[in-house]
Ligand binder design. Structure first.
Ligand SMILES: Nc1ncnc2c1ncn2[C@@H]1O[C@H](COP(=O)(O)OP(=O)(O)OP(=O)(O)O)[C@@H](O)[C@H]1O
Ligand SMILES: [Mg+2]
Length: 251
């Protein structure tokens, strides 16, 4: 079943076509990697899916419902989550607080619930902590709950950002270079993590420059050039393609 579908999407900036009549389907439980040279339109594609920018034309459908016109927070409510290249966690909060803060729809945000339904809030808090701990364990940070985020290594900070995303029940994960700047020891962990997340039925779209990583985690690789998908296939086929060699090795 297709969860996310882009139909004939185009987006220009000052007359330059960043995305050019692009159509693609992302299946549930699949990992799709976007690769391609600088300026190919990879980040623009993620921005269009997460709602940061709107397409000039074309449709974005999620479970057959149109997403066009919905703000990023409305898409987050529908299960879209983004991992930023520059991590974006709260450096001065503990690992656990980073996760707890990100949880959506906290009843304590409603003033009348605060006054009349304290028990409901306490129950939510308890479940919130249990939920957070589950994901911290999943990414291997359960022993670091009370550590300040700024005291984690960069690789651990990326794992924390993953845990926060998962704790918010995101179903479509948009990952912008999740392994960049990370120690090789954590790259392996992140690869395992992404594989496990996909097995849990999530839809994953990832921008990644490291072809080694891409080949290990992707079901499908899309090679983008000038706003179009010029090649879309499984890692073996893409690795053998002349076009890839031309683009990456200049031969
Ligand atoms: N907000 C913007 N305003 C103007 N031009 C933009 C904007 N965002 C992207 N572009 C242009 O659109 C094209 C595609 O950019 P994009 O950032 O999507 O490429 P990319 O594939 O992510 O490249 P990189 O690998 O360098 O991150 C580029 O020519 C870029 O300069
Ligand atoms: Mg980019």
């Amino acid at each position: 079943m297709a969860t996310l579908e882009l139909q004939h999407i185009s987006k220009s900036f000052d007359g330059l076509k960043a995305i050019d009549d692009l159509s693609i389907r992302f299946e549930r439980g699949s990992v799709t990697s976007l690769i391609g040279p600088n300026g190919a339109g990879k980040t623009t594609l993620l921005n269009l899916v997460s709602g940061l920018i709107s397409p000039d034309s074309g449709k974005i459908l999620y479970n057959n419902q149109k997403l066009n016109g919905l703000a990023p927070w409305q898409r987050a409510d529908r299960g879209f989550g983004r991992l930023w290249q520059d991590v974006r966690i709260f450096q001065n909060l503990t690992v656990l607080d980073n996760i707890l803060l990100a949880r959506k729809n906290h009843p304590g945000e409603l003033i009348f619930k605060n006054i009349y339904q304290l028990n409901c809030i306490k129950q939510f808090e308890k479940e919130n902590i249990e939920h957070a701990n589950r994901w911290l364990e999943f990414v291997g940070l359960n022993k670091k709950q009370q550590t300040l985020a700024r005291d984690l290594s960069y690789g651990q900070q990326k794992m924390l950002a993953f845990a926060r995303l998962l704790n918010n029940d995101a179903n479509v994960l948009l990952l912008d270079e999740p392994t960049s700047g990370v120690h090789p020891r954590f790259v392996e962990k992140i690869i395992d993590l992404i594989r496990n997340i996909a097995k849990n039925g999530k839809t994953i779209i990832i921008i990644e420059h490291n072809f080694n990583v891409v080949a290990q985690i992707s079901h499908t690789i899309c090679l983008m050039i000038k706003g179009r998908i010029e090649l879309q296939d499984n890692p073996n086929k893409v690795a053998q393609s002349l076009l890839l060699k031309e683009v990456y090795l200049g031969i």
